[in-house]
Design a protein. Structure first.
Length: 724
């Protein structure tokens, strides 16, 4: 090697050693290693442990972030969802599955005769694994329920055998099913099991949403704590220079595409970066000699833009936006809404109906029911804004005879539109880019934020849509390929082996198990008119009559038929020459008459010994302040009072309010008195005389919340509207 080569090698070696010494991190001693291990261990506890409080979690996360930053360690907050949220989402999906199982089990049993129920029970196989109980009925899809649920509803407690086995006591459960089938109570007990699981579904959904919010707060607290700390000089990495703490970040944005879960019959009309439109158009009434056909039109528009929006200005902007719409809607409520980390407000209008009018000489203007929603959301740093609105317009004949149909369809359309709005997500939102500073996290150290969980609020799902929506959630993301395969094959199995409970022609016969659910008194709503439907057994046949409050008299019904293989129930109302068709689903009936007119009924009592009709209740009717403001009250509500589920029914009678309440535990309707509503404060009060309880609450859109008897709490979610 010549002199020049040796000299060059020495220079390179000196530069390398010098650079290494200048950039090398101080070796970690035992004490520092212990501190780092403790910080990582504590962080795992904060994002995993179910038992600690949210305040304690936040403190632990902040302490961990500072320790790791001070000793030059990479940030350790998990990418995506924290284990706590993952576990609660897993629990929620388990409850979703159990609601589907319980629904299918009650459908199978309610469509079976008592002898067939016994045959099903006798062929039943039960498997117990961990905390789950699987019911296997030959020829049918499996039904899997939690051990806790079965133990609670059926008062059955499995015990461990000497060898740890659990099969011996499953015979006891089969015997319980057999006894219940013999006493004709099996269907009722399975109905209780279904209702209990529906309530658990609501509870676990609320817990999941709370955990999602907690996860966001923890991540923010962790990052803020890291940004507030300095890395000790001896532990800085190569190329780092000490700087003052700097919380600024540069933004990098990619194309902002909206996505949403849209119902069947909808279509996406426009899908470009930052702009998205989806709509639905369906016929709601046919053409007649006097009127053209009518349609329900729903449209959701979303767009994103840069700019700033002070939270206090959002309400003002929403009201201005609404007033400029041209349809002059009336504000109903403003509530919080969040999408993909954007937070803001959603303004919803009341249902408004514009009368149609006209004549052959002057022309016609058709009627119209409409509801609107307007939302503005801002990113955390206020630099990006989302604007979303929906419009629901239901047409009606110029003579307003189909106004009721138009209003009902508009209410239904509002529910669809808000589901689409709340399912919206947007990609390419604010991203955190590199910052060349030792005091700031570099990109490889930043935890990736989790995506918002998209599950429909089960409180907003009616019975006839519940199974369909839950099954969709089980087979859409975040479902695994195994989950999708299982539920897809299970559905195929159900379609291949539909329930065939009997071979006799029983459409005119009141067989004991299948028709028992029909026999009794029902609260009826037909095309907006309230009444009572009374169904009785007359030997092997069915008989019935109907009472409409508007006519104040009973009318006979004819040709009552029930087909247990399809759950179809039909009858003829001779006074109005109307044939009614409907489907029995547990304690509800829903169907149509005269083509598109709708009717529904909810069971209130079992059949009574005599054939006297139920008497329409007389309800105390104090004058309300403003009828238009109370429109949101009028309708049916799912009620939860101090843990007891029920139905709250509120109606208008001229300028008065009247109502009644049905608690499932008591299985009867109770009158309410002194119903009052103050539109200036949205306060709603009523008195329940049977229990001597005064209830107070606040109306907020489609929810009611309040107290009674001091600290006892009650709440209600609107399920359907009843018009004046």
């Amino acid at each position: 090697m010549n002199y020049l080569s040796v000299k060059a090698s020495l220079i390179i070696a000196v530069i390398f050693v010098t650079s290494f010494l200048a950039s090398a991190q101080k070796p970690l001693n035992a004490t520092v290693k212990a501190l780092i291990e403790e910080a990582n261990r504590d962080l795992r506890k904060a994002v995993t442990d179910e038992t600690i409080s949210d305040i304690e979690r936040t403190k632990i996360a902040e302490r961990s972030a500072k320790t790791l930053k001070e000793y030059g360690q990479p940030m350790a907050f998990p990418d995506g969802d924290i284990p706590l949220k993952t576990n609660r989402e897993k629990e929620y999906r388990r409850v979703i599955a159990e609601v589907v199982y319980a629904n299918d089990l009650r459908a199978l049993l309610s469509n079976s005769l008592m002898s067939e129920q016994l045959s099903i029970v006798n062929s039943l196989q039960i498997e117990v694994a961990e905390e789950q109980i699987k019911l296997l009925i030959p020829g049918n899809a499996p039904f899997e329920l939690s051990k806790d649920l079965v133990e609670t509803v059926f008062s059955w407690n499995i015990t461990e055998g000497a060898n740890g086995g659990k099969l011996a006591d499953t015979k006891g459960l089969v015997q319980k099913f057999r006894n219940l089938a013999t006493s004709k109570e099996l269907v009722n007990e399975v109905e209780k099991l279904y209702e209990r699981q529906r309530e658990l579904l609501i509870k676990t959904h609320q817990e999941l949403k709370q955990t999602e919010a907690l996860q966001l707060r923890l991540r923010k607290a962790y990052e803020n704590a890291a940004n507030s700390a300095f890395t000790f000089k001896d532990f800085q990495q190569q190329g780092a220079v000490p700087t003052k703490n700097n919380n600024s970040i540069s933004a990098a944005s990619s194309d902002n595409f909206f996505k949403a879960n849209i119902p069947a019959g909808w279509k996406v009309d426009y899908d470009k970066p930052g702009n998205w439109i989806a709509s639905s158009n369906k016929k709601i009434s046919a053409k007649t000699a006097q009127c053209s056909e009518s349609f329900l039109n729903i449209k959701v528009t979303a767009n994103s833009s840069s700019g700033t929006m002070v939270p206090g200005d959002i309400d003002k902007k929403l009201r201005s936006w609404m007033s400029e719409s041209g349809l002059y809607p009336v504000e109903a409520s403003i509530e919080q809404i969040s999408i993909n980390g954007f937070k803001g407000k959603l303004l919803t209008s009341t249902l408004k109906y514009n009368d149609g009018f006209g004549s052959p000489m002057a022309g016609y203007k058709y009627g119209k029911a409409h509801i609107h929603g307007y939302a503005i959301l801002a990113s955390d740093d206020g630099s990006n804004i989302l604007k979303i609105n929906y419009t629901v317009i239901a047409g009606s004949c110029w003579d307003n005879k189909s106004a009721q149909i138009s209003k009902t369809e508009a209410i239904s359309g509002k529910s669809e539109a808000e589901k689409v709005v709340r399912s919206l997500t947007i990609s390419g939102t604010k991203a955190i880019a590199s910052v060349s500073s030792a005091g700031i996290n570099t990109p490889q150290n930043l935890a990736l934020p989790a995506k918002s969980t998209i599950y429909s609020d089960p409180r907003n799902l009616v019975d006839n849509k519940l199974r369909e929506e839950l099954l969709r959630e089980l087979t859409n993301k975040p479902a695994t390929s195994q989950e999708i395969k299982f539920w897809t094959e299970r559905e195929k199995g159900l379609k291949k082996n539909p329930v065939q409970p009997h071979t006799k022609n029983e459409t005119t016969t009141a067989y004991q198990s299948s028709a028992d659910m029909l026999i009794g008194d029902w609260d009826l709503m037909a095309n907006g008119f309230a009444g009572i439907l009374e169904i009785r057994a007359n030997g092997p046949a069915l008989k019935g009559r109907v009472y409409y409050k508007v006519y104040n008299k009973w009318e006979p019904l004819e040709d009552l038929r029930f087909d247990p293989s399809t759950s179809q129930f039909t009858f003829y109302r001779p006074n109005a020459k109307q044939k009614h068709e409907g489907i029995l689903n547990g304690t509800t009936l829903k169907g149509t008459f005269n083509g598109n007119s709708k009717w529904s009924a909810i069971k209130t009592t079992q059949s009574v010994a005599n054939n006297q009709p139920s008497q329409p209740q007389k309800i105390n009717e104090p004058v309300i302040v403003d009828a238009s403001s109370a429109d949101m009250l009028i309708g049916d509500w799912d009620l939860m009072a101090n843990g007891f589920a029920g139905i709250l029914e509120i109606r208008a009678n001229g300028s008065a309010l009247k109502g009644r309440v049905y608690y499932k535990v008591y299985n009867k309707w109770e009158p309410l008195e002194d119903l009052r509503f103050d539109p200036s404060t949205s306060q709603f009060t009523f008195y329940r005389p049977n229990a001597k309880q005064k209830h107070e609450g606040i109306l907020n859109g489609t929810t009611l919340k309040g107290t009674f008897n001091g600290n006892s709490k009650w709440s209600a979610v609107k399920t359907s509207a009843a018009f004046r």
